[in-house]
Every structure is written in C-alpha cells, then in structure tokens.
Design a protein around this ligand. Structure first.
Ligand code: PLP
Length: 439
C-alpha cells in the first residue's frame, strides 16, 4: 500500500495521522482470529466492534448471502416488500422481549437510535401530546453518530462542536469505582441513582418529556453493568409519569448478556428497543427498532389513509440480502445455543479469567457481565496522554490481541463462540501486554 493510497480513505473514529505512520492492516479473519497482511494472528476479543458474535467467516451465512444476491439482490422497501425480510422480521419477533412485536429495519445502530426517537415523538404527537418532546439520556452513553444520537451522547468528545438537539437532559452514569470496584456481575450498590430521573421529570414537567434512553449495560463508554434494581426503577418512574422507555441494545442484543436481549436478562421491558451489529452476525449492515404494537397503532390511527403512516426510511432498510444473512445467523444462534451461552459455564470462565488479573498493580477496576468485560487502569497523563487503556490497546495489537482502549480503560466483548483455551490465550497475551506497557 503506497502512502498516497493511505490518504484516500478517511477512516471513522481514527487517529488518521498516527495510522498513516503505522498502518494496521487486517487481511482476513476466521473464527475468533484476525490475520494481518504479514500473517500474524490476532485474537479478536472485541468481536470486531461488538458485532461478529458468531465468530468470523461462517460458511452458512456466506452461502445464504450469495444465494440471496442471485435470487433477489434488491427490492425497494418503499411501498413494496419481499418474503425474506418478512420471514426475518418474524424470526426476530419470536426472540424479542414479550410485547415488542413490530420491527422497523435500518442499516446501523445510529439509524436505529434516530428512528426510535422519531417514532417516539411521532407517537406523542399522534396521541395529542405534542409538547412531550424532551429526551433523557445518561452521562457516558453512546448512542451513535446521527444528529439525534449525537445529541444523546454522554461522551463529550462525540457531542461537543456538532449540531445537536438541545432538549436533552442527562442522568449521572452509574460507574462507582469507590464503592463497587471489582464487582463480579451487577454491582450491588447504586440503584438510587435512578431517582435522578424523577427529579429531572419534576423540574421539566412530565408533560414535556417524551422518552428516556439507556443502554442496559453501557458499552462503548466503558462497559458498565447496571446496579441491581436500577433498570427496574427507571421503568417504574417512566410508567408513573407516562414517559416512553427506550433500551439501546445495539451492543447488548443477540446473546451478549446471556439472553437474546438484556431486557430479558434483567426482566425489564422497554417500549422501544434499538438494535444492529450482531443482528446478522455483523456480516451485512443492518439494524432494527423493535416497537410495541400500541405505538404503531396510535401512529396509524392518526395518519391519513392516503400515504405512508411514517415518512421515514432508507433505501437499504430491510434489504433482502441483510435479512438472508440474518436468517442464516439465527439458524446458527439457535443450533449452537449462542443466545444463552454467556449465562452458562463459559460466562463464568470469562468472569474468573478477567478477575484473575486483579493482582496487577496498575489495575484499579475489573467489571464483567455475560460475555462483556472491562478493565480500568490507574491513569497517568504524563506517561499516557491518550489514556493508559489506549497505550495497552496499542501494545496488545503488537502481541496478537484485539481489545478496545477507552481512555484509561479497556473493553472486551469476544465472539459468543469463544472457547476456554482462547480465553486462556487472551489472559496470557493481555498480561504480557500490560507488563510491556506498565513495566
Ligand atoms: C449502544 C450503541 N448505540 C448505537 C451505536 C451506533 O451503531 P452504529 O455504529 O452501527 O451506527 C453503537 C455503536 O457502537 C452503540 O454501541
């Protein structure tokens, strides 16, 4: 690759200038491993970007995509349908939390978030509550990069300096390393932080608040499991004040927490639920917003019968190719028991492996839930200006490991197929990388 070629692709969320000096090119992938152009294997404990839940290179998905491309590569979704996408929608609803019986397809998590916001506001307007437009998000939240999602970002770098919606309030995030460091699974303490929602609603007036959006487990912001009882309390407060609850399950969906959706794992059902990533094993861009039928009914009843009930959608929404990949992915999810695997022995093995790192002096917190994990290092801005986690992440890649750096922390979400031996390999390469960086 010439240095000129390296300038043509402006990569997303990338320190492009650093990349050009040290290009990290991935040439192929198989199972839980990526391979660089020079043939080095990299254990992928991020499942790509939380999406390749089935492991890389699944033959059945590839075959289904090829066959679909040759049968029906594309059909317009505006005013038309196709059988494959309807079949996939039914498969998804079969696995969805009870009561979420409609799915609106998108192409990404960001589009799912903005779609959910638009449906939520449209619903309030349709039932005569046009003043209910305000949204509530959380500090540390990541909700994608479209203007709606950017406005909901609890990670300042992703919000500041961009055009945003201003009617958004933020709950504090629930990470509390003073009280709950090294918690295994859900932290016992912290549910009272949900009461902030009641305070915001009182300040703003419930008649102006449309919806609250939360990631059941915070993902990109540092993998933070909710305190025991927190999500239940958020649900109760929403119900008390006639406010919609949106779960952003773009990361937590499709087996990551040990159930198909975190909503099911935690026993809390939202009114709308955003998804993407592992919906078809991370193979063909696709997302979906799950909606309770009464929301759709209300929007339909308020709309004239002469045109679309919702003036919203994308060219590729519900692409038959993405849906065919999804049907093939679900055959694997179901056959291999992957949607619940993280709640079984492998989840326990993962938890024990992560917490075995506790003896490392530079580590000040370890968190886990299902097949999610996070480590926080003691910060040292003079040594690690971009964050200690980012420094370790860079070293990990040299040592054959892909785990994500987020400031002073690192987050992991291995493919749901990961084996005990691969978890052992993760621990070995991770320890070595931390030692190389920290000395
Ligand atoms: C919780 C959450 N919501 C939304 C998104 C945006 O998804 P996408 O990158 O597919 O647009 C992400 C991406 O990581 C996410 O983690």
């Amino acid at each position: 690759m010439t240095s000129l070629e390296l300038t043509h692709w402006w990569q997303p969320f990338t320190n492009v200038r650093a990349f050009r000096n040290n290009p990290r090119l991935i040439a192929r992938a198989e199972g839980c491993f990526l391979y660089t152009e020079d043939g080095r294997d990299i254990l992928d404990v991020t499942a790509g970007l939380w999406c390749v839940a089935l492991g890389h290179g699944r033959q059945e998905v590839a075959d289904a995509v090829r066959e679909q491309l040759m049968t029906l590569d594309y059909a317009p979704p505006f005013q038309f349908g196709n059988p494959v996408t309807f079949r996939f929608a039914s498969k998804l609803i079969e696995h969805a939390p009870q009561g979420l019986e409609r799915v609106f397809f998108t192409n990404s998590g960001s589009e799912s978030v903005d779609t959910a916001i638009k449906i939520a506001v449209k619903y309030q307007v349709a039932r005569g509550k046009a003043d209910k437009t305000r949204l509530v998000s959380r500090q540390r939240a990541y909700h994608g990069i479209n203007v709606g999602g950017t406005s909901l970002q609890g990670l300042p770098n992703n919000r500041v300096g961009f055009p945003i919606l201003h009617e958004v309030d933020f709950l504090d995030d629930t990470l509390d390393m003073e009280q709950s460091a090294f918690s295994r699974g859900l932290p016992e303490r912290g549910a009272e932080k949900a009461e902030q929602l009641a305070a915001i609603i009182e300040q703003r007036d419930a008649d102006t608040v449309c919806a609250v959006i939360v990631e059941p487990v915070v993902g990109a912001g540092g993998m933070v499991p909710p305190p025991v009882g927190y999500l239940q309390r958020i649900r109760e407060i929403c119900d008390e004040h006639d406010i919609l609850l949106i779960f952003d399950e773009v990361v937590t969906g499709f087996g990551r927490t040990g159930a198909c959706f975190a909503s099911q794992r935690f026993g809390v059902t939202p009114d709308l639920m955003t998804t993407a990533k592992a919906i078809n094993g991370g193979t063909v861009p696709m997302g979906g917003v799950f909606v309770k039928p009464h929301i759709q009914d209300t929007i339909f009843e308020a709309a004239p019968t002469t045109g679309p009930e919702l003036f919203h959608g994308n060219t590729y929404a519900g692409s038959p190719v993405a849906a065919a990949a999804g049907l093939a992915a679900f055959e694997i999810y179901e056959r291999e028991g992957l949607l619940t695997r993280a709640a079984g022995p492998i989840g326990q093995y993962w938890e024990d492996a992560l917490h075995s790192l506790r003896d490392i002096e530079s580590i000040i917190d370890i968190r886990n839930f299902g097949l999610l994990g996070a480590v926080t290092f003691k910060g040292d801005p003079s040594r690690f200006p971009a964050g200690a986690g980012v420094a370790v992440h860079n070293r990990c890649f040299e040592n054959g490991l892909l785990a994500r750096g987020v400031g002073d922390g690192m987050v992991m979400s291995p493919p749901l197929t990961i084996s005990e031996a691969q978890i052992d390999l993760f621990v070995e390469r991770y320890r070595r990388s931390i030692a190389d960086v920290m000395g």
